[in-house]
Design a protein around this ligand. Structure first.
Ligand code: PMP
Length: 291
């Protein structure tokens, strides 16, 4: 049995190319392009009370990313494995998530895509507590967005994201908010929303952000609730004037922000979740628990 690290544990079993095995027995080639070049994609798919949520949306984003990197892979064949991964783990019937990765596979190392390679897929389920997020809040650090120009591709090459996230982790904060040319793009692993004068702002889709599935769900909720939303980047200089800030993500869900730090200054502070954040959190709980 593999040990725990930082309170996180390894799953009992992983599914590598359709074969369930112990993680210590699962093997990939040292020439796997995901390992060597970061030539691979991933998704995290949530299960509420054992039921998969927004599977179609996650698979369609994976399909888009596969097309963008010219990788031929049938995402539909993953569905039974995704469902099985929760059923055959200790997470059956509970809140959980499935981590899923598709790599181009092994080939002699080259900078161009090889003509032929056998893509490999890996997936496993892990427990995650998806309840009570509405009673929590996060504190953020602001940092320059040092990532590449295709943040819409959900690649496993998350070195820049992890470098950025580690900065807030080291300060005892929860997430790093990224600024590019004076505008907030998103978090290192989350989508950012700002509320000012009852209008909600979030960065438009495109190459500068990941098109978050939770982002889309929140946009739909805003429409249903009659809340005004603008897909416009929020300026860094306006953070001090924001009324509410929240982040979204598959496991983050809708997280209220209580503090934003930049260098040694506190730019934003809130004692409790704002009314618009609360409204969206309530609607989100309703949607995810009673689909
Ligand atoms: N942006 C980035 C950079 C992320 O890594 C994530 C989570 N993977 C998100 C946004 C949120 O996306 P989703 O709602 O699909 O989890």
């Amino acid at each position: 049995m593999l040990p725990q690290l930082n309170g996180k544990s390894y799953p009992k079993e992983v599914c590598l190319n359709g074969i369930w095995q112990k993680p210590e027995e699962a093997k990939i080639s040292v020439f796997d392009r995901g390992f060597m070049l970061g030539d691979s994609l991933y998704e995290v798919i949530p299960f509420y009370d054992g039921k998969v949520f927004a599977l179609k949306e996650h698979l369609s984003r994976l399909k888009y990313c596969l097309q963008e990197i010219s990788l031929d892979f049938d995402v539909e064949m993953l569905i039974p494995y995704i469902e099985d991964s929760v059923r055959r783990s200790d997470n059956a019937g509970k809140d959980a998530a499935v981590y899923l990765q598709v790599s181009r596979g092994a080939a002699p190392r080259s900078h161009f895509f090889p003509e032929r390679s056998e893509p490999i897929f890996l997936l496993y389920s892990f427990p995650v507590n998806l309840s009570g997020f509405e009673n929590k809040h996060w504190k953020l650090l602001i940092s320059e967005d040092i990532r590449w120009h295709r943040c819409d591709i959900k690649t496993t090459s998350y070195l820049a994201n992890t470098m950025l996230n580690d900065k807030s982790y080291k300060l005892g904060l929860n997430e790093t908010l990224l600024v590019k040319e004076g505008m907030i793009t998103e978090g290192s692993h989350s989508t950012a929303f700002f509320v000012k004068d009852k209008i909600i702002f979030t960065h438009p889709e495109g190459h500068q952000i990941l098109s978050g599935i939770t982002r889309k769900i929140v946009l739909d909720l805003c429409q249903n609730l009659g809340l005004e939303i603008r897909e416009e980047a929020f300026p860094f200089s306006e953070i001090e004037n924001a009324d509410e800030v929240f982040l979204t993500g598959t496991t983050t869900q809708i997280m209220a922000i209580s503090e934003i730090q930049f260098q040694d200054n506190i730019l934003f502070q809130a004692v409790e979740s704002g009314p618009i954040t609360r409204k969206l959190q309530e609607a989100f709980i309703q949607k995810t628990r009673n689909p």
